[in-house]
Design a protein around this ligand. Structure first.
Ligand SMILES: [Zn+2]
Length: 329
């Protein structure tokens, strides 16, 4: 079985665009899922979403934003929603768009993530270089990041935080988009913040550092551990039905594995493998996803076309990453 690479793949398919994660124009729209439990949704998909959970004694923020300035805006937004002190910040992944804002939180805020995420926060220059590919003309904003504050508190597979009459569960189910994906589950809201691990059904996910087989195993572990989960708040793109999202992604990963494995066995080149792999986006976007995108106050056709182009790019990247992994393994 192929090993999990120690670094995410830096190679990209020809003509690859990738998600626009610049904080320019990004506004967070609070969406209350239960009392004092908020999805903080980006006004423009697929820029980063965040979250806020408050209990009697303390509040917890999910993800830190891509720049210190964005981090400050997240904190301003949460301050309008709760007067409980923010005591915890959870990073769902180590990627800069979720962690570069860490250092802009007060020192006394305890940053929590999986041990594997923390272990991957060790090369700021490389991470800034990778993330500059998502900045679409605004890469100079990454110059404001001089420090990559790492988590203060880590866990292996499970941790609980009691905010005072409100329990928050933290899970690491195994590798997915990255090696350390962390899921934040609030049982009372039946809602989970999943970072890059799980997005709305029909969105292409990114297999940056692993492969389809371990990713599918992690998803099955999540499905078994959280039978009551209903609402999915992804790190990027619209909220959705968690079960639909898991089922759709599992089917995609299984097909991707089968197709790439068959190609490698047949000795096909990368170009031949792109052509030989089923492309779920060849006929357009999933209708459920189109409906969700229509909920954004952005020009509809441009948003749908943009999402479709992004999904097709990400799918090609997944084929490339899986091909490289299986050829090496
Ligand atoms: Zn992300």
């Amino acid at each position: 079985m192929a090993r999990i690479p120690t670094r995410e793949i830096a190679e990209r398919p020809e003509g690859y665009g990738g998600p626009n994660l610049s904080p320019v124009g990004l506004e967070l729209r609070p969406h209350e899922l239960a009392g004092n439990v908020y999805a903080l949704m980006a006004n423009i998909p697929p820029k980063d979403n965040n979250g806020l959970v408050a209990g009697r004694d303390a509040a917890l923020v999910i993800d830190a934003g891509i720049t210190p300035e964005m981090s400050a805006r997240i904190q301003e937004t949460t301050a309008t929603l709760t007067d409980r002190p923010v005591r915890y910040l959870v990073n769902t992944t180590y990627h800069g768009d979720h962690t570069f804002g860490n250092a802009a939180f007060p020192d006394e805020v305890v940053i929590v993530s999986s041990r594997v995420n923390k272990e991957n926060m060790n090369d700021l220059a490389f991470e800034k270089q990778v993330r500059s590919g998502n900045m679409y003309g605004d890469a100079a904003l990454l110059d404001t990041i001089t420090e990559w504050r790492r988590p203060d508190l880590v866990f292996d597979s499970y941790a609980e935080i009691d905010l005072g009459g409100r329990l928050v569960e933290l899970h690491h189910f195994g590798p997915g988009n990255g090696p350390g994906d962390t899921v934040v589950y609030v049982p009372e809201a039946r809602a989970a913040w999943t970072g890059n691990f799980l997005c709305h059904a029909g969105i292409a996910h990114m297999l940056l550092q692993g492969g389809p087989v371990p990713y599918a195993e992690s998803l099955r572990r999540m499905r078994a551990a959280l039978p009551d989960l209903e609402t999915l708040v992804p790190g990027h793109g619209p909220m959705g039905d968690a079960r639909e999202a898991v089922d759709t992604l599992l089917a995609y990963l299984e097909r991707l594995h089968d197709d790439v494995e068959a190609s490698v066995r047949a000795g096909r080149s990368l170009e031949e493998t792109y052509a030989a792999c089923a492309d779920p986006w060849a006929e357009g976007l999933d209708r459920r996803l189109v409906a969700a995108i229509e909920g954004y106050q952005v020009p509809r056709d441009r948003a749908v076309q943009g999402m479709l182009a992004l999904c097709r790019d990400l799918h090609r990247l997944n084929v490339l990453a899986t091909y490289r992994l299986y050829r090496a393994g």
